[in-house]
Ligand binder design. Structure first.
Ligand SMILES: *Cc1c(COP(=O)(O)O)cnc(C)c1O
Length: 434
């Protein structure tokens, strides 16, 4: 595969942008090589500067559940843009999106729109602290909640890819307020909550971990979190930036029937534009300014273009769910992927693990079950890099890190899945031969 133009552009980009990218994992540092520079996308496909075409399983890291450049979404953005791109004043569109979120996400009675997932989790934590008048936060190893100071401690995702234990730039005094527990570990977590009950403002968790690769939760683990926090007036925050409108219209909380106090959303609710949100119980949300005294604001918050893209995305999902049970369909497609991978393993005598739930999945290059950060870390990242490049060479675009999720969209049909499995076989075979 030719990547001449991308190589040149990458060198050019590095002159002006740190590492040539505006978000670290895009730079391919952990897998090596040159990231293709993308010119366009349509449906399940993206195209790079050198004219290569790929079946895209990154889906912009989650948002594009309807695929690239969906006609209705593009039209909605265009029409909105003609009337102006930003007002910094309230619009009716924002009510419509807020209404949809409140309707679908069980824990959300009121919602505030922001511009990124990072902003959503950061604001939710401030609100939890302001509301409870406590300072400590408990998070789980390998869960990623954006790049806010409190969360960059064993944070999975990019931080995990680069093996940074935390990051310079986060003051120790700040880090001390963040407690850590192993994901899915009921006993340890319960003990930490008990020991810190007077100081804990919030427990924040990805109800399905997606940023150390996909790790589904033990339902008992989520139940325990709900019970132990409820007893003690600790705010339970589900970070559903990935899982919101991905596991179902009501997110993971609806799927598992466990309702947190606050929820953060992002990715899909922006339909590919910068938009995120945090919401929850009315009583808690009314502590945000201007009603309450916890301050949070944003010049471009509730931006009309982003809101129109998000609203249209949810409207389409509602329609697809009603007419053809889109979420069941997406799950079934991922099930096909999983079964195909297992078959390929069998043919090749391999015993790696493919974790998946709904339309998200990760192939871990380890033979042990992956249930937490520790077991995920046992993956052979060198093998992953080889697999990744073999797949890219074959026109399959995967996240360039072992510790990320691949996503299916409604544009990934039988043909794309078949191609994926065929290339998966070839790529694994090459690794074995090497
Ligand atoms: C992506 C992600 C974030 C951060 O969202 P950004 O929009 O990248 O700031 C937070 N939490 C989870 C679970 C995520 O997957």
């Amino acid at each position: 595969m030719k990547l001449e133009k991308s190589k040149k552009l990458f060198e050019e980009a590095k002159k002006y942008i740190p590492g040539g990218v505006n978000s670290p994992v895009r730079a391919f540092k952990s897998v090596g090589g040159t990231p293709p520079f993308i010119v366009k996308g349509k449906g399940a496909y993206i195209y790079d500067e050198d004219g290569n075409r790929y079946i895209d399983f990154v889906s912009s890291w989650g948002p594009l559940i309807l695929g690239h450049a969906n006609d209705e979404i593009v039209k909605s953005i265009e029409e909105t843009a003609k009337r102006g791109t930003s007002f910094g004043a309230p619009t009716q569109l924002e009510i419509k999106l807020a209404e949809k979120i409140v309707k679908h996400v069980p824990s959300v009675e009121k919602v505030r729109l922001v511009n990124s997932g990072t902003e959503a989790t950061m604001s939710a934590i401030r609100l939890a602290r302001g509301y409870t008048k406590r300072n400590k936060v408990l998070k789980f190893e390998g869960c990623y909640h954006g790049h806010f100071d409190s969360f960059l401690i064993k944070a999975g995702s990019g931080v995990m890819t680069f093996s940074i234990p935390g990051t310079p730039g986060v003051p120790e005094d700040f880090a001390k307020l963040t407690l850590l527990a192993p994901y899915n570990d009921i006993k340890t977590t319960k003990k930490i909550i008990e020991e810190n009950e007077k100081d804990l403002a919030a427990v924040i968790v990805e109800p399905v971990a997606g940023n150390m690769g996909v790790i589904p939760p033990k339902i008992e683990f989520l139940k325990m979190l709900r019970e132990e926090t409820q007893k003690r007036g600790i705010i339970l925050i589900f970070d559903e930036v990935i899982t919101g409108f991905r596991i179902g219209l009501g997110g993971a909380q609806k799927h598992f029937g466990i309702i947190p106090d606050l929820t953060t959303l992002g990715k899909i609710i922006g339909g590919g534009l910068p938009l995120a949100a945090y919401g929850g119980k009315r009583e808690i949300m009314d502590h945000i300014s201007p009603v309450g005294d916890v301050y949070q604001a944003g010049t471009l918050s509730g931006n009309p273009l982003a809101v129109s893209a998000g609203l249209k995305t949810i409207e389409i999902l509602e329609k697809l769910e009603k007419e053809e049970k889109i979420y069941e369909k997406l799950s079934k497609n991922m099930e096909k992927v999983a079964m195909g991978i297992e078959e390929n393993f069998k043919k090749l005598g391999l015993k790696f693990k493919f974790n998946h739930i709904g339309s998200m999945g990760t192939l871990f290059f380890t033979e042990e079950d992956v249930v937490d950060f520790k077991s995920a870390s046992k993956s052979d990242t060198k093998l992953f890099s080889k697999y990744f490049h073999n797949m890219l060479e074959e026109g399959i675009y995967l996240p360039p890190s072992q510790f990320e999720a691949m996503f299916l969209s409604m544009e990934h049909g039988e043909w794309e899945i078949e191609k994926f499995l065929e290339k998966n076989f070839l790529s694994l075979k090459k690794i074995k031969g090497a």
